[in-house]
Design a protein around this ligand. Structure first.
Ligand code: FNR
Length: 346
């Protein structure tokens, strides 16, 4: 792989800076939401079922490893471990943006490892909203993807001196959806989505949305650290937290598959996001942090404990399976009630 290439260098910097700024503290607003326990759950802990249907795939857990990387040597190593872990715990795994592959085909192996390690799993390809339908199909074919993610990243592009400046994407997204062989998930990259955005996506036939809200990895911060001329960290002020974004999805939850990500740190965050309507919950920063800071085995143990904790929480709220989480009572802090009121969402 050409080391000097700027796009590849950017991938290396993203991995490094995401870890540099990683914190266990999440700003996704989950602390402003409470679930209430059920003193009579009437269930057997050992029979709790964590499985979910993820676009037709039976995932063992209501989580997935969201888009992170590909292209650099470090990305290849990381994707190797990430996909092994996804295979072991049987959850979907996404590639990072595959745009670099079209410029530098030698980067192919850094993506293909996702499928190689995970022959029967759910692997998701990832392209930008300006990719042509042909490129999108090639990205899918490269990893024999089960689905495609298209990322929306206006704030990130604007924070990059070398970033895109034309954001006329809807017609292109529609073209991809109408011509591709797999389901398409449109996702943000950590700034969230409003009702208005979701409605625009729905109007062009998008059925699956990952709101990827604010609260974890912050690309305004990461790109500002890369861009030594301008500090654009304030751009994250426009963002919607993951919980706010989930409130925004309420009018759409019967018609669209809503996935949630952004600032997921704990099993409790996962259960709260599921209660608020997510079909499954994505994480990037959390798994990236563990695989960068700890060994593969330590990371696997972290997720084993994560699974136990998901079950403990479910027993406490009387949910035998993921569907039953929807019945658990929920309490919102005043700030979120005020948010929903001003946004006219009940
Ligand atoms: C990302 N994310 C991302 N998303 C995407 O669609 N394509 C991409 O190439 C990348 N690249 C990327 C690199 C790194 C280092 C990170 C940490 C993240 C965004 C990611 O999928 C997710 O939407 C956000 O990171 C928010 O989730 P977390 O990190 O707070 O769990």
């Amino acid at each position: 792989m050409p080391k000097q290439d700027k796009q590849i260098q950017r991938k290396v910097e993203h991995l490094f800076l995401a870890e540099k700024y990683y914190t266990d503290e999440s700003f996704a607003d989950f602390d402003n939401v409470r679930l209430l326990h059920d003193a009579l759950p009437e269930l057997n802990y050992h029979n709790i079922d964590l499985s979910v249907d993820f676009l037709g795939f039976k995932a063992s857990l209501p989580i997935y490893f969201n888009a992170i990387t590909g292209g650099s040597k470090q990305s290849a190593q990381f994707n190797n471990e990430l996909s092994k872990l996804a295979q072991e715990i049987n959850v979907p795994v996404s590639s990072g943006s595959m745009g670099v592959y079209f410029r530098i085909p030698e980067t192919a192996d850094s993506f293909k490892t996702l499928r190689k390690n995970n022959p029967d799993g759910f692997v998701i390809a990832n392209v930008s909203a300006k990719a042509t339908p042909e490129m999108a199909q090639q990205a899918v074919d490269l990893v024999s993807a089960s689905a495609l993610q298209i990322h929306l990243n206006v704030t990130q592009e604007l924070a990059m001196p070398e970033g895109d400046r034309e954001f006329i994407w809807l017609k292109n997204i529609q073209d991809i959806i109408e011509n591709i062989s797999v389901p398409v998930i449109v996702k943000e990259v950590g700034f969230g989505m409003s009702q208005n955005t979701i409605q625009k996506l729905k109007n062009i036939g998008v059925m699956h949305i990952d709101i990827s809200g604010f609260g974890g990895t912050d690309f305004a911060q990461i790109e500002s650290a890369r861009n030594h001329e301008l500090d654009l960290t304030y751009l994250d002020q426009f963002s919607l937290s993951t919980v706010e974004s989930l409130i925004e999805t309420k009018p759409f939850q019967n018609d669209l598959d809503i996935f949630a990500s952004g600032g997921i740190r704990t099993p409790m965050d996962v259960i709260k996001a599921l209660k608020m309507g997510a079909k499954s919950v994505g994480m990037s920063g959390l798994v990236l942090h563990h695989l960068q800071k700890y060994s593969y085995e330590e990371t696997r143990l972290f997720f084993e404990s994560f699974i136990v904790q998901l079950k403990v929480i479910m027993a406490n709220i009387g949910a035998q399976n993921i569907e039953q989480i929807k019945k658990a009572p929920i309490i919102y802090d005043e700030s979120l009630i005020n948010y929903a009121k001003q946004r006219q969402i009940s």
